[in-house]
Design a protein around this ligand. Structure first.
Ligand code: PLP
Length: 392
């Protein structure tokens, strides 16, 4: 290989999403006829709501198959403004809203528009792996805040305050959280938002799991404090709440000066978000509630099933999280590393799950399981894990 064929430093820093890499391994096993239980990927096993599918098909037949406005269709942006009143308690201006192909790319668009190489971004540890990949790719320094099991994996606002430096540009909060399922309290969120405002730091709220809270407390977003007009960026999407992962639809609400730049970046990279998908999004927002409620109550039962099942296995202990559809199980009693445990689960039990270390450096001794699977599959997966002698 000659000098010119080497890759960029940025390319060597890309981390990707390790759960997709586990999924490819599983697909390979399945091609060989092996039955595997999928606890690895955060993809609802429910079909997308039928009325949403119909709206998408109708839009295709009606010819919504061309380029669209890069920032998003006026129709969906307008619906998001209105829906935001019941979701987060305020109605943003339409110029504050941008549509994207999922919440995932918004992490890149927002970070690239607020932080320069060498700047710092505060993120939870463990966290959704895209945060790590994006920061490394952009040369932005990650400042991890450990989510401790003894604090039910919630971020401690005091830890965040101590981590702020003159180089801090943004802090990311993800509640309900992937991979732990933890849900921050209203007072914690308000305190973090105050720190962001006082220090002139952007507050990035990844609220993709906002519909998946299993306690009686209402979802609360601290974005109401500035209406996303000054320093708050909300990222949300249709994947998890409406079981629409394959449609690729998400949105950001942020200060106009930032949305304008993020829109130009999206235009540069993706041109626009497919218009027929956006039409389906309008239907989901307006008429998706019954489906969401049904899925939420089903997930709640599945959560209890998987938590009780894991806690019945020697060497494993697992908290009962309040949100999302993941559990972050403590496997320290098995004496195995997270990677070893995940490998053995896949190779010896045909159960796919993800090593805790794929979500952050502090997560040795944990594995993540997604319970967006049928009760039968959860029972079968637990039985397979239970048959193995894990304890040292
Ligand atoms: N944010 C978090 C915390 C996630 O867990 C995910 C997906 O797993 C995303 C964002 C991206 O979701 P999507 O791009 O499918 O909207």
């Amino acid at each position: 290989m000659n000098e010119r064929s080497t890759l960029s430093k940025a390319a060597s820093n890309i981390f990707g999403q390790p759960m997709f890499q586990v999924l490819s391994k599983i697909k390979e096993k399945e091609r060989r006829g092996i039955n595997v239980i999928h606890f690895e990927i955060g993809d609802p096993d429910f079909p997308s709501p039928p009325n949403v599918v119909e709206a998408g098909c109708r839009a295709l037949h009606d010819g919504h198959t061309h380029y669209a406005a890069s920032i998003g269709d006026h129709g969906l942006r307008d619906e998001i403004c209105k829906a935001n009143k019941w979701i987060r308690g305020f109605e943003p201006d339409i110029e504050q809203v941008m549509i994207a192909a999922g919440a995932n790319p918004i992490i890149f668009y927002a970070t690239a528009c607020v932080a320069d190489p060498g700047d710092e971004v505060i993120i939870p540890d463990p966290c959704f792996s895209t945060y790590i990949s994006v920061m490394r790719f952009l040369g932005v320094n990650i400042v991890p805040i450990p989510l401790k099991e003894e604090n039910q994996f919630r971020m401690d606002p005091e830890d965040i305050k101590k981590a702020i430096t003159p180089k801090t540009k943004m802090m990311i909060i993800n509640s309900p959280n992937n991979p732990t399922g933890s849900v921050m309290t209203r007072s914690e969120l308000d305190e973090i938002s105050r720190s962001a405002r006082e220090n002139g730091i952007y507050l990035y709220l990844d609220e993709i799991y906002r519909e998946l809270i299993y306690t009686d407390t209402q979802m609360y977003s601290p974005s109401i404090l500035d209406g996303c007009r000054e320093y708050t960026i909300v990222a949300d999407g249709f994947s998890k709440a409406y079981a629409m992962t394959g449609w690729r639809l998400g949105y950001a609400i942020a200060p106009i000066r930032l949305i304008e730049k993020m829109g130009l970046l999206l235009e540069t990279i993706a041109s626009c978000t497919p218009p027929f998908v956006q039409k389906a999004g309008i239907e989901a927002l307006n008429n998706g509630h019954a489906h969401v409620n049904m899925m939420r109550s089903t997930y709640r039962k599945r959560r209890d099933l998987i938590v009780d099942g894991l806690n019945s296995i020697d060497g494993i202990s697992c908290l009962r999280p309040d949100g999302a559809f993941y559990v972050f199980a403590n496997i320290k009693g098995t004496g195995l590393s997270s990677k070893q445990f995940a490998e053995k689960a896949l190779e010896e039990c045909n159960v796919g799950l993800v090593a805790g270390t794929d979500f952050g450096d502090s997560c040795e001794g944990y594995v993540r399981l997604c319970y967006a699977q049928s009760e039968d599959k959860i029972i079968e997966g637990i039985n397979r894990l239970k048959k193995k002698e894990w304890k040292k």
